[in-house]
Design a protein around this ligand. Structure first.
Ligand SMILES: C[S@@+](CC[C@H](N)C(=O)[O-])C[C@H]1O[C@@H](n2cnc3c(N)ncnc32)[C@H](O)[C@@H]1O
Length: 245
């Protein structure tokens, strides 16, 4: 178990790991856009939009969106190695290293922003996630949409794991590296301690409102559509959020 502080540097290190890079590079072409993403993007994105794809990884969403016809798209990720890999897959797209909590763009630059595959919830601490939402709101034009996905706690609270977590947090016996109830450290792809925050729906709504967004919709992924079986097995029952500036 690592004793490192869970902060931006910690997240960057995890997503710069070779195993992580290989996984996210493979899924650009092995998986590409999820069917449910395609449905939402068809509905909310226009070909002429200027789009910011935040937490783009190796380009799983950026590259197919660009080839479908969304030509004015920028992929941004905090992990330098992800951006290197994305550039090696497609050097016609602008891929940049950047942090969602401190975007280097002028106010009202983009028509749409996306943060897919639960990326926003990889940011430790509510105040930092709120900072990211405020930054995304700032760089969007008025009326611009932000589309993202999150897992959610509301349908997990009755599970053994979360019941016992709740008791631990109440009694102060929680993992002291974590900040909030809902924080989780998982092992996957031979990598230890991958951080994710599982929010309650109310928390996401509150943060979106505080950041200046209006919640247009939040839809369980499985209510949009089911993915092919192999992909379905790898996915959690998360929510897709549509917010408007
Ligand atoms: C779960 S991965 C998803 C990657 C890609 N969107 C996909 O679906 O394949 C989330 C990505 O968010 C990035 N990320 C985490 N925190 C970030 C931040 N503060 N700013 C920008 N990117 C961030 C990670 O480096 C990682 O590449």
């Amino acid at each position: 178990m690592s004793t490192k502080t869970i902060d931006t540097h910690f997240v960057k290190e995890i997503y710069n790991d070779n195993e992580m890079i290989n996984y996210y590079t493979d899924i650009v072409y092995n998986i590409g856009l999820f069917k449910c993403e395609k449905i939402l993007f068809d509905k909310y994105l226009n070909f002429q939009d200027k789009i910011l794809d935040i937490g783009c990884g190796a380009g799983r969403t950026t590259i197919p969106l660009h080839s479908i016809g969304y030509r004015d798209i920028v992929g941004l990720d905090i992990a330098e190695e992800m951006i290197k890999s994305a550039k090696s897959l497609n050097n016609n797209i602008e891929f940049v290293v950047g942090d969602a909590t401190n975007l280097k763009y002028d106010n009202s630059t983009f028509d749409k922003a996306i943060f897919s595959f639960n990326g926003l919830m990889l940011i430790p601490k509510r105040e930092r996630r709120l900072k990211a939402l405020k930054e995304i709101n700032r760089v969007l034009k008025k009326g611009g949409y932000f589309i993202f996905s999150t897992p959610y706690l509301d349908n997990k609270l009755e599970s053994k794991f979360w019941i016992s977590e709740k008791v631990k947090w109440k009694q102060g016996n929680n993992d002291k590296r974590l900040y909030e109830f809902g924080d989780l450290l998982m092992d996957d792809l031979n990598i230890e301690d991958i951080f994710i925050h599982i929010p309650k729906i109310s928390e996401v709504k509150e943060c979106l409102n505080e950041a200046g967004f209006k919640v247009i919709d939040y839809i369980p992924r499985i209510n949009i559509c089911l993915e092919d079986e192999v992909i379905e097995e790898q996915l959690d029952d998360g929510l897709f959020w549509i917010a408007k500036k």
